[in-house]
Design a protein around this ligand. Structure first.
Ligand SMILES: [Zn+2]
Length: 184
């Protein structure tokens, strides 16, 4: 990730919360954010009539096979996400695609062997990082540790996966920071 990006991501996350009139520690609803950004979000299952076999394959393929994708019509973005995933995972998937939008990422023209457009690695890392900052900002990671919530309690409160909570607590150094505050 390029230098300064994490600070930039925190700033974007705060700005977005401001625009949605959310406090720094409130759960963020990705559907509301999509609406605010005027990005349409379409569940994969709704495309069943058009492509029954493909949709069936992706929906029954488990966690790894298809999460979400941004489709472009000119400059208009539409997100297709896998609604067979658990709701917490859907939030990450949609948050990730919305982050590409917030960062104004455009798809590269490179294609893999199936003809899919591919995002570049650094662009992927940025979207993943921003998505985490949006869904579980630093303030929330600190709050979870301070209140001694379990991963599952925190995940339920914020509508995300336990692994997202764990990841954000780790990368923000929340445990050490809370401990230092207690020692003072
Ligand atoms: Zn991506």
């Amino acid at each position: 990730m390029r230098r300064g990006f994490k600070t930039e991501a925190n700033a974007i996350a705060r700005e977005v919360r401001g625009e949605l009139s959310l406090s720094r520690a409130a759960p963020l609803d990705v559907w509301r954010l999509a609406n605010h950004l005027d990005i349409q979000v379409v569940p994969l299952s709704s495309l069943h009539a058009e492509a029954p076999r493909a949709v069936q394959l992706f929906m029954n393929g488990g966690e790894g096979i298809f999460s979400g994708v941004t489709v472009f019509w000119g400059h208009q973005r539409t997100i297709v996400f896998n609604d067979a995933h658990a709701p917490g995972r859907q939030a990450s998937d949609i948050g990730h695609e919305l982050s590409h939008g917030l960062l104004l990422h455009t798809p590269t023209m490179a294609a893999d062997e199936l003809g899919c457009r591919l995002w570049k690695r650094d662009v992927e890392d940025e979207a993943a990082w921003l998505s985490g900052s949006l869904l579980v900002p630093e303030e929330v990671a600190l709050l979870i540790v301070r209140r001694g919530w379990s991963l599952s309690e925190a995940a339920a409160s914020y509508g995300v996966t336990e692994s997202m909570i764990r990841f954000r607590i780790n990368v923000t150094g929340a445990r050490n920071r809370v401990q230092r505050m207690r020692v003072k």
